[in-house]
Design a protein. Sequence first.
Length: 400
Amino acid sequence: MTKVAKHLQRALLLTIVLFVASCQQKPKNDHHDLGKVEVDSALKALIQPSNQQVVAKATVVKASYETKIITAEVQGIVNYDNRGETSVASRVSGRLERLNIKYNYQPVRKGQLLFEIYTPDLAAAQQELIYLSQRKEDEHLLAQAKQRLLLLGMTTKSVQQVLQTKKVNYRIPVYSPADGFILEKTTASNASISAAPAPTTGGDGMAGMGTGDESTSAAPVSQNTQNTPVILREGQYVNVGQSLFTIYKANQLLAEFALKPSLAGFVKKGTKLAFYKTADKEGSFQTSAIGLIQPIIKAGENFTMARIYITGSDFKVGEILTAKIPVIIPCSFWLPESAVVSVGAQVMVFKKENDVFVPKNITVGVRMNGLVQVKQDISNWEVAKNAAYLVDSESFIKSK
């Protein structure tokens, strides 16, 4: 074989090997997506939705951790002391023949005639007494008959009058058992409820404390002490044991102050306070101690009623009072009020992360002197000082 033929064989063999190798390889997909854009890691933080984070140059602050001693200002109302109230109830069932009580808060004296009632039970008992007194055979039965009339509500004087005249008294008088102001029972129940101040919900539900002119408690509902006519009428029937009137002593009053839950946790029985008439601070300033703490739920709101007992005649039922309560708040985190924003039931701040501000939910407590208590550890957080400037016009914020 010549040298030329050998070169041709080698070339032919190399060609066959290359052809076979090319047939075994898969074609590459070299398609290029013109719409695909590679985002740099430094830009990922800048393309998030505006309701999840905000790109801005804003002043940041850190929370302070300290104990606060403040004076909380709360509003209250003067009411009757129910410890000294006297209830007037009907001991028998019957019909009201005469009613001397014409309006609520009518002053009465002990022994004053309130109303007269007719009842068949008392008429029958009087006839039995007259019959036994005429027979004079059994003194024990006569004494029992007298006792029965006394238990049914007749006075000793009325029983003796029946024995002397031998006539049945069909209109039994009922007298006042105490001095004071009389109030119809249904009105008294409504007044005791309406006297409880109803809490006013603030924008973020945490305006529970403050100083100066800033009102921090629920606005009290002024009790209606007008001389409204009584609902009871002559000729109306009443049941045995039915409570008709309540008599309050004019010299036994109390003041009730509504405390929001954020403040109630720092106040207890025996806490000292100073209070005065809202309309006359200089002439009515007094100091006292809380005598009762009572949790109350009204109209879907829960709050605490602080009660103090008033001595003296300088106050009148229905007057609005203002009280100053010194409160010590243990070490907590505090943020400026401007750094906290409320959206519905959520309270949040804008935390700075990687040169952007991200909304974060927080748990808050009391508010005082332009500061808000934060009940979680935010010692390492940097938050925007003016959170309201970072909220979009629709106030839709998606917190993390």
